[in-house]
Design a protein around this ligand. Structure first.
Ligand code: 13P
Ligand code: 13P
Ligand code: MG
Ligand code: MG
Length: 373
């Protein structure tokens, strides 16, 4: 059986100015590395883009998930870009590259990874999500809406191939253990977990009756790797569409309205998740608001379907007036949250702050706390 793998691997390797966006020379280096790898037969096709200050490598190949060769390619590409960022004195050069030497898999080394291997259907549309100034659990609500809420996804009710429901592989990011829960049978237990975004994040979604892979998202938690706050774990996610899976429109419609996610400004605030096109893939206001890019591709005989010049055809889904309402609502929410300044609930709760900037603040007060009598 011929299988195709889609790998979406990302890292913040340095940005301009501050944490706003990826500089053009870095994108050019990444494109060149990808073109060389394609020539060498390591990958079949690729597309390089950015989500705010995060550099994203979308690749198709036949080497399966967690392939050392593919992960090394991504690692070497990020290292080359970080080198350039250092030369240009860009901000946070090499920020997400937490190790000096590659050890076979980029997971646990800083970069975020979403991968899925599948046997291509007659036609295989894939939606690529990449976000900045947030964390992997930001996709919990999105994936719940797409795969478990019939109010969002009519297909769960009216497409007989989907009425079996979907199974969610949920990671406990603190304990590093996971559990698979089925929707609709175990929906309330599923929501009990994934509604607690500080701890739980969705790794994979499969169709319950045949195990067909439907979605995969990154679950990297940089602070757990580095032992301190070094930047937010800006996440990526792949979702397959149509023919017994949610339609493209059902996959994008959760963004009719924005919702709040954690990770804005210094990784320490809640902010609205704003859908934007690539031309607005930059985090400006208060280093945000948190943004999400949505791209649509077709995976076709192992490659991203390309035009006559061999360029992958990538549809910038949020570059569309259909998402103007969400953007306006996001800015109203942003304004409301910012009115609270550094007070909760604009700022993350103490539990989440433990993993960001609070420990440094507390360190400076050590010894000054007195026991209450
Ligand atoms: P498919 O069942 O062919 O994916 O089409 C569903 C549809 O029409 C989406 O709007
Ligand atoms: P990034 O995680 O996107 O680098 O942002 C860090 C930050 O603190 C922005 O305010
Ligand atoms: Mg950054
Ligand atoms: Mg970022």
């Amino acid at each position: 059986m011929v299988m195709t793998t889609v790998s979406l691997i990302k890292a913040d390797v340095g940005s301009i100015p501050g944490h706003v966006t990826v500089a053009k020379p870095l994108l050019t280096i990444a494109e060149k590395k990808m073109a060389e790898a394609q020539k060498a037969g390591i990958i079949n096709s690729s597309y390089v883009f950015n989500a705010g200050d995060d550099l994203e490598l979308l690749m198709t190949h036949s080497k399966g998930e967690n392939s050392p060769e593919i992960h090394k390619l991504a690692w070497d590409t990020f290292m080359a870009c970080a080198e350039k960022a250092k030369k240009l004195k860009l901000y946070g050069a090499g920020q997400d590259l937490l190790s000096d030497a590659f050890s076979g898999n980029v997971k646990g080394m800083g970069p975020g990874v979403a991968e899925m291997e599948f046997k291509e259907r007659g036609s295989d549309p894939v939606i690529v999500y990449a976000a900045d100034k947030t964390e992997p659990a930001a996709f919990n609500y999105l994936l719940y809406k797409i795969f478990a809420d019939p109010g969002n996804t009519s297909g769960l009710v009216i497409d007989p191939r989907m009425t079996c429901g979907f199974s969610f592989d949920v990671l406990d990011g603190k304990e590093n253990k996971s559990v698979v829960l089925r929707s609709p049978e175990e929906l309330y237990s599923l929501l009990a977990l994934i509604g607690a975004t500080e701890t739980y994040m969705i790794k994979k979604v499969t169709r319950s009756d045949d195990g067909e892979i439907a979605a995969a998202s990154s679950t990297t938690k940089l602070n757990y790797i580095a032992g301190k706050y070094v930047g937010k774990d800006d996440p990526v996610c792949l979702v397959r569409a149509q023919s017994g899976l949610p339609s493209v429109g059902e996959i994008t419609s959760p963004f009719l309205h924005p919702y709040l996610v954690a990770g804005w400004m210094r990784g320490s605030h809640w902010g609205p998740f704003m859908p934007v096109g690539l031309k607005n893939s930059k985090c400006t206001l208060f280093d945000g608001p948190p943004r999400i890019i949505g791209l649509g591709v077709q995976v076709s005989d192992g490659v991203l379907a390309a035009d006559d010049d061999g360029k992958p055809m990538v549809v910038d889904l949020f570059d569309d007036p259909a998402f103007d309402l969400a953007r306006r609502e996001a800015m109203e929410m942003a304004s409301f949250m910012r009115m609270h300044g550094v007070f909760q609930p604009a700022r993350l709760g103490p539990g989440a702050m433990e993993y960001t900037t609070l420990p440094q603040c507390l360190a400076s007060l050590e010894g000054r706390f007195k026991e209450e009598k």
